[in-house]
Design a protein around this ligand. Sequence first.
Ligand code: 4NP
Length: 163
Amino acid sequence: MTLPVSVLFVCLGNICRSPLAEAVFRHMVRQRGLEDRFVIDSAGTSGWHTGAAPDERSTATARRRGIELAGRSRKLMAADLETFDYVIAMDTENLDGILALAGKAGGARARVHRLREWDPPPDDGDVPDPYYGGPRGFDHVQDIVERSCAALLDHIVAEHGLA
Ligand code: 4NP
């Protein structure tokens, strides 16, 4: 029995983008019948919303597409960077926060990526922060997250021979 592949999605507040990425990725894993092969979670670099449910706008946008968000916000810990196989940042600021923490958890750098490595963008490579924007921002974020997560899952399936 091989160990599950563990994937942690990380944003700033862990209420908008990373809970969405977690739920979208879990949905895709389930569609492929691979739920026993994965551990999937999310966290925020800030800890500002610790214990809070996902943002209502993120929840509503995802629900319209048949995806339910779950879980409560938690702060990223140095131990996460040693235990998760893949640590996936939503934007450059999150990446910098993760790498600052990874400095204390030596050797973790190779596990850390930005989500849009799997969705080569024409812009800055970030999943934009929708928190202070209008509702359309959440649809845009979800489009990016769905494309990127599908490609990330393909990558992991190939790398770990899960197909
Ligand atoms: P997230 O969005 O990082 O995608 O969860 C944000 C949530 C809260 C804040 C910023 C971004 N905030 O400033 O409180």
